[in-house]
Design a protein around this ligand. Structure first.
Ligand SMILES: Cc1cc2nc3c(=O)[nH]c(=O)nc-3n(C[C@H](O)[C@H](O)[C@H](O)COP(=O)(O)OP(=O)(O)OC[C@H]3O[C@@H](n4cnc5c(N)ncnc54)[C@H](O)[C@@H]3O)c2cc1C
Length: 401
């Protein structure tokens, strides 16, 4: 098989890998980049199965990588879409407290939003009814700057831009080894060998395994959590105008089932969060014995399960019972009925767990000599991707010349 040379090889054709490739071509025209993606199409995993929300950055701890990258990345994403004629809509969202017990958490989110520089205001029931007439809620936060986009479409355009800049985007290329040598890195893939000056790994659901290929111990394991969605049938679509979110449980890394208007039309409801029996298992029946064995024997997962078993059982129950899922949605929107919903394809999130059971919540980038590993890029990494890419390229600048 053929050997190719590149200044930078990027492993993973999801939005983080493609944004990094695009940033390289933008910041260092003339440098050659090659993206290696194991699937037959780009954005096949997390990026192609997400909610399509341009997050404002309201939830994240001030000063965290999530908070800073989300704010700057969102602006960059909107500018990219504007320049490339990709449809997006800054339609705004509401985060809704449905009873008194949720008000302190709602206030904390508002404070965070303000600390992060997000335009947001607490609104009363009357204003909520104007914005979302069918939503439940006694108080809410209105975030006018949240928006929606199709991240798969964004990825396709990024790939085109990379190719126009003489870069290469190769699908059906599973990377099997990454070996650092004096002056470069040898990457073996199912489509041939690449000799690169430096390497960036953006493996998403496989990020820990791909990082290990390069000799990095990321000190975490990816445990996959499936997020199931329903779509509102056309006759019920008027019940949600834009984005309606609950007050998230601060114990849990996910935002809770929400209503999301999609950029190409329709309203999605979800996702829940259940342990997936395969890292790339989109159906309940998908099982990968290696993945399942690794999850169930990992001390970090066992500790997490022991701590959150009640919540986990609730999520499992919602996965098997549509009635239970509907009940969760009815907290936000009492008029929703079972017959309003049709199941649509699920997504799988990469949850990064430390050995002690701690959730690695923030973005995590680990580098060694000539390899930068994006080990943890959970939501809002799609929103933030252009800034994550910029950071990664800056880190490798000295190894590019
Ligand atoms: C259900 C769900 C809802 C979400 N909603 C939102 C949202 O509304 N807004 C938002 O900003 N974020 C959201 N996210 C998060 C967002 O989708 C992810 O943070 C983002 O897509 C991560 O991108 P990535 O490129 O790191 O990973 P991925 O998109 O998973 O891409 C990784 C790629 O690496 C490839 N790969 C792996 N191993 C190899 C190998 N050995 N060789 C070659 N290629 C390899 C994979 O095939 C894959 O294509 C959501 C995620 C999920 C799952």
């Amino acid at each position: 098989m053929s050997t190719h040379k590149a200044d930078m090889a990027i492993i993973g054709g999801g939005i983080v890998g493609l944004a990094t490739a695009y940033r390289l071509t933008e910041q260092f025209p003339g440098k050659r980049v090659i993206v290696l993606e194991k699937e037959a199409e780009l954005a096949h995993h997390q990026t192609g199965h997400n909610s399509g929300v341009l997050h404002s950055g309201i939830y994240y701890k001030p000063g965290s990588l999530k908070a800073t990258n989300c704010r700057i990345g969102k602006q960059a994403m909107e500018a990219f879409c504007e320049a490339e004629g990709i449809p997006y809509d800054v339609c705004g969202k509401v985060i809704v407290a449905v009873d008194e017990s949720e008000l302190p958490a709602l206030e904390r989110i508002h404070e965070r939003g303000q600390a992060n520089g997000v335009t947001c205001e607490v609104i009363d029931r009357d204003r909520l009814s104007e914005l979302e007439p069918h939503s439940a809620g006694i108080r809410a936060i209105h975030v006018p700057e949240a928006g929606i986009v199709d991240y798969k479409q964004v990825c396709e355009r990024m790939a085109e831009k990379v190719q126009q800049a003489e870069g290469e985007v190769r699908t059906n290329s599973r990377v099997t080894s990454i070996e650092q040598r004096d002056g470069g890195v040898i990457v073996e893939s199912t489509s041939g060998t690449v000799e690169a000056g430096c390497v960036v790994t953006c493996g998403g659901l496989q990020s820990d395994r791909v990082a290990r290929l390069s000799g990095t111990d990321p000190k975490l394991k990816i445990v996959p959590f499936r997020g199931e969605y329903f779509e509102l049938k056309p006759e019920a679509a008027h019940l949600c105008r834009n984005l309606i979110y609950p007050v998230p449980n601060p114990q849990f890394p996910f935002l809770g089932v929400h209503f999301t208007r999609m950029i190409h039309g329709g309203i999605e409801c979800g996702p829940n969060a259940v342990l997936a029996f395969a890292r790339e298992g989109y159906r309940k029946t998908d099982i990968n014995l290696r993945d399942l064995f690794e999850s169930l024997t990992y001390p970090g997962f066992l500790r997490l399960a022991a701590k959150h078993w009640k919540m986990g059982m609730g999520e499992m129950w919602r996965s098997f019972s549509k009635a239970a899922f509907v009940k969760a949605l009815q907290r936000l929107m009492p008029e929703i009925r079972k017959e309003h919903l049709v199941a649509v394809p699920a997504g799988v999130r990469a949850m990064a767990l430390a050995r002690d059971g701690g959730l690695i919540d923030d973005f995590l980038i680990v580098e060694n000599e000539r390899v930068v590993n994006v080990c943890n890029a959970p939501s809002p990494a799609a929103t933030a991707s252009l800034n994550i890419g910029k950071l990664v390229v800056e880190r490798l600048e000295s190894r590019l010349s």
